[in-house]
Write a protein that binds this ligand. Sequence first.
Ligand SMILES: NC(=O)c1ccc[n+]([C@@H]2O[C@H](COP(=O)([O-])OP(=O)(O)OC[C@H]3O[C@@H](n4cnc5c(N)ncnc54)[C@H](O)[C@@H]3O)[C@@H](O)[C@H]2O)c1
Length: 366
Amino acid sequence: MATVLTLAGDGIGPEIMAQAINVLKRVNETFDLGLTLEEGLIGGVAIDATGEPLPEETLTRARAADAVLLGAVGGPKWDAIERSKRPERGLLKIRSALGLFANLRVAKLYPQLANASSIKPEIIKGLDLLIVRELTGGIYFGEPRGIRTLENGEQQGYNTMVYSTSEIERIGKVAFELAQTRTAASGNPARVCSVDKANVLEVTELWKQTITKMQQADYSDVALSHMYADNACMQLIRDPKQFDVMVTGNMFGDILSDEAAMLTGSIGMLPSASLDEAGKGMYEPCHGSAPDIAGQDKANPLATILSVAMMLRYTFKQEAAAQAIEQAVSDVLDDGLRTPDILDKTEAGLTQVGCQQMGEAVLAKL
Ligand SMILES: NC(=O)c1ccc[n+]([C@@H]2O[C@H](COP(=O)([O-])OP(=O)(O)OC[C@H]3O[C@@H](n4cnc5c(N)ncnc54)[C@H](O)[C@@H]3O)[C@@H](O)[C@H]2O)c1
């Protein structure tokens, strides 16, 4: 029997997770998935309970589980703690310990939300792009790192951006293969855009060379283009539909995927998957713990609910159950239900709802 470990975390984490768990339990029954759900601690709540942002017990259970569903971690309560013990370190540690090197973020515009985006509707109508971000390497993990005192007494902060060929190849493979899968589903030509800064960073020069060699050797059916990260930021706003799959390193992917989130109206709509080489994964919304709205029933649970759909698709290969959840989300949007982050006050016929009511509405459609 397969196990899902749920880690609600901090801030709005427990609110959005409660709704996602209800949805998961419902499809578990309806589609007879045979999943067992467990709960565990991560982030600030784990620090409060055990002194560690990622307790050993959580890691052991995460390793044993087939998939992990995460809410969000962090908040002002823990911001003064020494950096290596902060909630966010728990997140970096679990990703790295589980070998979750591939982060998939789909930026898909629900047509019902075209007006919630700050971009003109004609630019984003029909948008459906996938950002494949390398998650366990690059500058977020490279050594040496730290803050040191120089001989002249001045302080200096430093980090190291490193990628080896094998790290680039395994994330490149994910991107090329997903482009092939997507083209099979959509009928559109398979396209990958690799984002780098090869004009100034040697590490991304190797990235560019490696991705190019892979395409020439094994993926000639996929059209490959390259773009500098600064231009990619600009092009995502100017003409996002030129992209299908974007592949990039950890830091550029972090930035570009948040930017892509805003194309779709709200970061509260964006799910993500982080996969290891065997397809085991951790699934989470792209947003953080939103301390500004925590405990007020204002959070949008849809990104977490859509993360459940991704989990069923990528780890459990349950496409029908995944699609049922995505359809239920689309149906509640059709009904005009909106959490505050996706509410367009100028549009008629919409009803503002809270986190719980939104979750219950999705459940009612399943
Ligand atoms: N994966 C994670 O757990 C993760 C990711 C990013 C930030 N964080 C942590 O979260 C805390 C807050 O960070 P931040 O403010 O930079 O980012 P954030 O994503 O938490 O919030 C940014 C803005 O988006 C809004 N928002 C986020 N999720 C929402 C949702 N589901 N529904 C409606 N509105 C939503 C927030 O209210 C806020 O205005 C920090 O401690 C940060 O370290 C955690």
